[in-house]
Design a binder for this molecule. Structure first.
Ligand SMILES: Nc1ncnc2c1ncn2[C@@H]1O[C@H](COP(=O)(O)OP(=O)(O)OP(=O)(O)O)[C@@H](O)[C@H]1O
Length: 325
């Protein structure tokens, strides 16, 4: 018996988009599939086309060419009513929160349900449940101006989820927050994605966001997809210069001695065995950052130090790329 396989959450098929009056396309023949239930990062430099991708998914723009399927539905062919239904099933979280100043926190979260015509008691109950889930049960009667940036973003997340979407788009959702607050928001998004079995699309220019919160990643550059894959694999073995440049931005400033090179490696951990292996290789650890994909480490080693793959038993995901000083 063959079970009907469910369609991917998103499928871009040869999608192109050029804004009026612009010489170059914002997206060019983009083919990209986002698996249902994944936490997928879309990363790229400024102007890569990330926001355009979000605007197409959320229905704010339409492709010039190609097809965009959301949960198997070709959104370029939907009527008005169907499009509104689809939009209600897509939650959006913005960089600058986009909260209204006047309604209270509760009023902001209930707004999408109010617009959908849901009775007050029902929508308030639902919004209070969501506020509880984002840790803001006691803030319902406050105004956005009385909240910190991280709290405002929690309200933004509650509002994005209040209509019960299956797809959540976070567009630079942590870019305006300090690192500690960002980490809390990414943890929250990850938890909610798991609990609600959502597909989470995280659009960012920050590699650390991709590392902390995604299972898969796609790298865009000048409107094109340059590489994609499981996050851990892609960050350990970046193939494209754009991805390498994103990794390089985290390179520590270090003075190299004669015959020494700086290398970026992704380790499983920094346990006793790994440290002993580093010592045997004469490797100097100059920077290490732990994250859900392992430990991102920068080492100074002698050019003739030998095979670093011994550092990582699961070496199938890792070939150290030499980085010039
Ligand atoms: N409304 C618009 N009108 C004209 N051109 C636009 C518009 N929006 C984006 N563009 C152009 O399309 C290209 C892709 O822009 P987009 O905003 O999608 O990139 P991005 O990766 O999100 O960049 P950033 O990280 O800076 O937000 C850029 O060249 C940009 O100048």
């Amino acid at each position: 018996m063959t079970l009907p396989s469910s369609p991917p959450a998103l499928h871009f098929e040869g999608v192109s988009k050029t804004y009026p009056g612009q010489p170059a396309p914002a997206l060019s023949d983009l083919t990209l599939t986002v698996a249902r239930g994944s936490r997928t990062g879309i990363i790229g430099r400024s102007g890569a086309g990330k926001s355009t991708l979000v605007r197409l998914i959320s229905g704010l723009e339409t492709p010039d060419a190609g097809r965009l399927l959301v949960q198997g539905q070709d959104v370029t062919r939907l009527g008005r009513a169907e499009q509104r239904q689809r939009q209600a099933r897509t939650g959006l979280v913005f960089q600058h929160f986009n909260l209204l100043a006047q309604p209270t926190v509760l009023g902001n979260v209930t707004l999408p349900l109010e617009l959908a015509g849901q009775p007050r008691a029902q929508r308030e109950q639902r919004a209070l449940e969501l506020l509880e889930q984002v840790g803001l049960a006691d803030f319902a009667r406050r105004y956005p101006a009385q909240l910190s940036g991280g709290q405002k973003q929690r309200v933004g997340i509650a509002r994005a989820l209040v209509t019960g979407p299956d797809l959540l788009l976070a567009d630079e959702a942590t870019s305006a927050l300090d690192p500690e607050t960002s980490a809390g928001i990414l943890d929250l998004l990850t938890r909610l994605q798991r609990e609600r079995d959502l597909t989470l699309l995280i659009v960012t220019h920050q590699l650390e966001v991709v590392r902390a919160a995604t299972t898969h990643v796609a790298v865009l550059d000048r409107g094109r997809l340059v590489e994609q894959g499981p996050t851990r694999h892609l960050l350990a073995q970046p193939q494209h210069e754009v991805t390498r440049a994103l990794l390089d931005a985290h390179r520590p400033e270090v003075t190299l001695g004669a015959g020494e090179v700086l290398r970026h490696v992704n380790l499983d951990d920094l346990g006793a065995q790994t440290l002993a292996a580093l010592a045997r290789l004469g490797a100097r650890l100059v920077q290490a950052e732990a994250h859900p994909q392992g430990v991102d480490a920068w080492l100074v080693v002698r050019e003739d130090a030998g095979d670093l793959s011994a550092l990582r038993p699961s070496a199938e995901v890792w070939t150290p790329a030499p980085v010039s000083a």
